[in-house]
Design a protein around this ligand. Structure first.
Ligand code: ATP
Ligand code: MG
Length: 335
């Protein structure tokens, strides 16, 4: 069953001297049970996209076209109050600055219990029992439920927010780099536990991360974002094994452990484009080792593949490009 259908969504920020299109005509679909990894370099529009989905854009941000359909409801047309009712219960968001979203004047346990009581109409005692279970799940000591947020370390706060986001078994969890303050082992442990919990009731997740190896371990689908656009989308195994977009090829190279190879990390030189300026043609052209004249200054061409799509006009030469992308010198010399 389709849970989330984002249709041609564009989001702009108003700037003092113009505007910036952080998300440009993004479409994606999530079925119940899907875990979607959203990857891409800093500034590509990942947080803007997920904030737009859940109606939490800052005041200078605005959806300028497109719809977000969650089950049968068009989220971007909901009132603030109706949207608030859906939060935590149906969709929960763990923001990139989640650590700061605990209220400093209430005990952490009470804050989690309050979310449970408000939506599930249960008593304080059973809400606290549930909070204890959630603390076990995210690896926090139950005794710490009595603490105030300032008594928690950054990583502990982050885990408490993860616990809160899981409290009501939401149909969709949107997690924007939820484990950045945690060390690698704890990070993968928590993601695995979240995943198991979601599997138990066919819950879905959008996981925003810079780390392609986390996507490989955790997700069923992946959307690769570059310069405000999803440049490649599809099943994780398919996309990471046989990437079709040169940007995905480059990102994958930055995680050699993915293919079990011991070799040096190869990065893509240059930086993502300035989104406050209009860009014609492929946004990656500037940095792409396979750029040809046709890539610039023309409209984008979408190629549909099984369960996904990508935008690259050199689609007929994929095999060849993939081989070249595997060679470190491709990324060193030609850009
Ligand atoms: P990161 O990986 O660093 O979290 P991101 O992919 O989440 O990056 P966004 O935070 O969505 O990227 O930013 C996308 C673009 O929108 C960037 O160019 C950023 O400068 C711009 N942007 C983000 N928030 C605002 C804002 N409130 N006002 C104006 N521009 C913004
Ligand atoms: Mg972000």
């Amino acid at each position: 069953m389709t849970l989330l259908d984002v249709q041609k969504l564009s989001i702009e920020y108003r700037l003092s001297d113009g505007k910036l299109r952080a998300v440009d005509q993004v479409s994606l679909k999530l079925e119940s049970g899907d875990v979607l990894g959203l990857v891409g370099e800093s500034g590509c529009g990942k947080s803007t996209l997920v904030k737009g989905i859940i109606n939490l854009l800052p005041s200078n941000g605005r959806i300028i076209e497109g719809d977000i359909v969650f089950e049968d409801v068009v989220l971007n047309k909901l009132s603030k109050e109706s949207m608030r009712k859906k939060r935590w219960k149906e969709i929960s968001l763990i923001t990139q600055s989640a650590m700061n979203s605990l209220n400093p004047v209430y005990r952490v346990g009470d804050q989690i219990a309050e979310v449970i009581i408000e939506h599930e109409k249960v008593g304080k005692r059973s809400a606290m029992e549930k909070a204890e279970e959630l603390f076990d799940l995210v690896g926090l000591d139950r005794g710490r439920l009595q603490d105030y947020p300032h008594q928690f370390s950054g990583g502990m706060k982050q885990r408490a927010i993860i616990a809160m986001s899981l409290a009501l078994n939401p149909k969709l969890i949107i997690a924007d780099e939820p484990t950045t303050a945690l060390d690698v082992i704890v990070q993968s442990q928590i993601l695995e536990r979240m995943n198991n919990l979601l599997k138990g009731y066919s819950g879905s997740m959008i996981l925003v991360t810079h780390d392609v190896s986390v996507v490989a371990q955790t997700c069923t689908k992946v959307a690769v974002m570059y310069g405000g656009k999803i440049v490649e989308y599809g099943d994780v195994v398919q996309v990471l094994k046989k990437p079709n977009h040169p940007y995905t090829m480059g990102l994958k190279n930055a995680f050699p452990s993915l293919i079990g190879e011991k070799r040096e990390l190869v990065s893509i030189s240059g930086t993502p484009p300035d989104l406050s300026k209009e860009i014609l043609g492929c946004r990656f052209a500037e940095r792409c080792p396979f750029v040809i004249e046709r890539c610039k200054g023309m409209s984008l061409e979408k190629t549909e593949v099984e369960n996904g799509y990508f935008y690259c006009i050199r689609h007929a030469e994929k095999e060849e490009l993939r081989k070249r992308a595997d060679l470190p010198e491709t990324w060193e010399s030609e850009v």
